[in-house]
Design a protein around this ligand. Structure first.
Ligand SMILES: Nc1nc2c(ncn2[C@@H]2O[C@H](COP(=O)(O)OP(=O)(O)OP(=O)(O)O)[C@@H](O)[C@H]2O)c(=O)[nH]1
Ligand SMILES: [Zn+2]
Length: 408
């Protein structure tokens, strides 16, 4: 089988003046490839229930210069036995990128990247709805040549706008499914980016005090959005900070997103791909482990976006509709159902496991105003409590739980 993708074979993707690129590793050329990761660190993977043939896509986001391209180049040259199509989105000089990849090509005899294929111009977050989707659909015509897609967004993209596009049952969503959102964070600069929302010249305590006493609170920065939507946060450039600074960054990230997995790296060298970059299963599973971190309680380190966990008793079959009504009201109407004062809030991410008295468990997933509720057969003990985790602005208020109990 000829797995070489030459430029000639993908003519429909080429457009002038472009800066989005596609490359794929070709493990077929490297017989007997074994992942170089420590097998012990690879988490148990549960079979996905996705229709066979759907290709998983992970979205790689992160602020300008955080290390997204470095990560993707690293993955392209790693031996992992996977056929990965990578869509790079670069503002920078594309010649540099090609040079980088030529270098990686020389360094490895096994996983040779295919030639870059320009796809579209402009920012993928603005263009993904038209050109971006068309590009991915074109890419899908070459199915079989890759079994995973990694999409790098621009440093300024809000992943909340992109993610729902892949979370559909028809169109794009019938050929690919969103595996997860990965956010690269620059350990040296992230606190500054997050604090921009508080105003430059103020110290953070002072700014937070003001924010807590102002009607609108501090500004939401792109850095906040990228962390709040992340299923995995890779804190990169650890070589540029002290242990203490790194701990502060980890704590800050955790305070914003209590659900995310966190990994620290230098040069984006992730210790393993499974569970950190690939096979995230962020949207097809809600495990107890997923909700574990969030349950440790919230902190007020970052008051712009927080994670809050609402625990409540298991529900009866008759209450399922009411639970659904609660979700619809908070996500679609931006209101709390019931007689509650209008609160300002904005939900970015939501996950829940809600045991029902008849032995089934409701699994809930949400990004912005899109959500999905499934039932599993998984049995649970009668003492199990229900858990709903919310990440967003203004979610850390007792009224959320009161309203839920009232609606149930
Ligand atoms: N010191 C240090 N530099 C790094 C590390 N990782 C990446 N870099 C450098 O940081 C710069 C930016 O890295 P990129 O991978 O291009 O970052 P990016 O997120 O793709 O950037 P944009 O696409 O512009 O948003 C490059 O010069 C990298 O070599 C690291 O861990 N430590
Ligand atoms: Zn980049």
């Amino acid at each position: 089988m000829d797995t070489d993708l030459s430029d000639d074979e993908i003519p429909s993707l080429v457009q002038p003046g472009t800066n989005v690129k596609v490359a794929a590793t070709e493990p077929d050329q490297a017989p007997g490839l074994v992942a170089t990761t420590d097998q012990d660190e690879v988490p148990d993977l549960v079979e996905t229930e996705e229709t066979p043939g759907k290709v998983p896509i992970s979205i790689v986001t992160g602020y300008l210069g955080a290390g997204k391209t470095t990560l993707l180049n690293y993955i392209l040259t790693e031996q992992h036995g996977k056929k990965i199509a990578v869509i790079l989105n670069e503002f920078g000089d594309s010649i540099d990128i090609e040079k980088q990849l030529t270098v990686s090509d020389e360094n490895t005899t096994e996983a040779k990247p295919i030639p870059f294929v320009p796809l579209a111009n402009g920012c993928i977050c603005c263009s993904v709805k038209d050109v971006g989707i068309a590009a991915i659909e074109n890419l899908m015509e070459q199915r079989g040549k890759f079994d995973y897609i990694l999409l790098e967004t621009t440093g300024l993209a809000d992943p909340g706008n992109i993610a729902p596009l892949f979370w559909l049952d028809d169109g794009l969503g019938s050929t690919i499914f969103l595996d997860g959102i990965l956010t690269l964070v620059d350990a040296k600069n992230i606190l500054k980016s997050l604090n921009e929302g508080y105003g430059d010249e103020k110290c953070i305590e002072e700014a937070q005090h003001d924010a807590n006493h102002s009607e609108h609170g501090p500004l939401l920065t792109t850095a906040h959005l990228q962390i709040s939507h992340a299923d995995v946060v890779i804190i990169n450039k650890t070589d540029l900070v002290s242990k203490e600074e790194l701990d502060t960054v980890i704590e800050r990230v955790r305070s914003i997103n209590g659900l995310t997995r966190i990994q620290t790296t230098t040069k984006s060298k992730v210790p393993q791909l499974e569970g950190l970059v690939l096979d995230l299963h962020a949207y097809d599973e809600v495990t107890d482990a997923d909700l574990k971190f969030a349950n440790k309680g919230h902190s007020h380190i970052d008051t712009t976006i927080t994670t809050t966990t609402i625990t409540f008793p298991t529900i009866s079959r008759a209450q399922v509709d009411n639970f659904d009504k609660y979700l619809r009201t908070i996500l679609w109407e931006d209101q709390l159902p019931g007689d509650f004062d209008h609160l300002e809030f904005e939900i970015h991410r939501l996950k829940g496991r809600i045991p029902v008295h008849d032995g089934k468990t409701l699994l809930v997933q949400g990004v912005r105003n899109i959500y999905d509720m499934n039932e599993t057969q998984a049995s649970h003990s009668s003492s199990d409590e229900a858990k709903l985790v919310l990440i967003g602005k203004g979610v850390d208020q007792p009224a959320f739980r009161e309203s839920l109990l009232h609606t149930l």
